[in-house]
Design a protein around this ligand. Structure first.
Ligand SMILES: CC(C)(COP(=O)(O)OP(=O)(O)OC[C@H]1O[C@@H](n2cnc3c(N)ncnc32)[C@H](O)[C@@H]1OP(=O)(O)O)[C@@H](O)C(=O)NCCC(=O)NCCS
Length: 167
């Protein structure tokens, strides 16, 4: 089942956030807190209505978080260096998401279900295109390709890739 995010889910969402994070070790608690704030808390606090959780037996097994209008968010754009010189794409694909499922919940269509819940919410709010950043060597690249995202930009050295979809 999919539910709108609310604060009662926070601890469980945090667990999945760190389970799925590529960064596993932190030099201090402050560094860990800052990392969580940047990639999770700011989205949950500022765009709560665009965040959803997937539940099984009342437990959170995945989530999607989203910024609906990235271009207006000058602060966010400056915090993430990969946005440099991407204004044109951001204007065309205004929303962006981060999506993560617990390991046991993958490959069963749940990621797509969460994503389509978000698309529907965005559409109701007049936003009909979204971008993501990932890496073309990462398994998530195939997830986005499968659900018809196109490649907007790829860095030939790092394989950082920006993808977009209109819905
Ligand atoms: C990427 C992710 C959100 C996809 O959700 P999902 O529910 O597993 O995906 P779906 O079942 O809706 O779609 C399956 C497709 O996703 C892709 N995929 C990516 N990672 C996968 C995984 N770990 N297991 C299964 N499929 C995966 C495959 O292309 C698959 O298609 P196929 O079965 O035809 O090969 C999820 O696997 C996940 O959270 N992975 C770990 C964290 C992550 O990579 N987050 C995204 C960072 S940009």
């Amino acid at each position: 089942m999919i539910d709108r995010y609310n604060k009662s889910y926070y601890e469980q969402v945090c667990e999945i956030f760190f389970e799925t994070s590529s960064v596993k070790t932190f030099s201090s608690l402050e560094q860990k807190d800052a990392f969580r704030k940047k990639y999770l808390d700011d989205y949950l606090n500022r765009f709560e209505e665009f965040c959803f959780v997937a539940l099984k037996d009342n437990q959170v097994i995945g989530y999607v978080i989203c910024c609906p209008m990235t271009i207006l968010d000058k602060n966010l754009l400056s915090v993430f260096s990969y946005y440099e010189d991407k204004e044109e794409f951001v204007a065309q694909y205004p929303a962006h998401l981060h999506i993560n499922l617990s390991a046991h919940a993958r490959g069963m269509g749940l990621g797509a279900k969460l994503m389509y819940f978000l698309f529907s919410k965005l559409k109701k709010n007049g936003v009909n295109a979204l971008h993501v950043f990932t890496n073309s060597k990462h398994p998530s690249f195939n997830f986005y390709l499968k659900y018809k995202f196109g490649v907007l930009f790829e860095d030939p050295q790092t394989h950082l890739v920006m993808m977009g979809i209109k819905f």
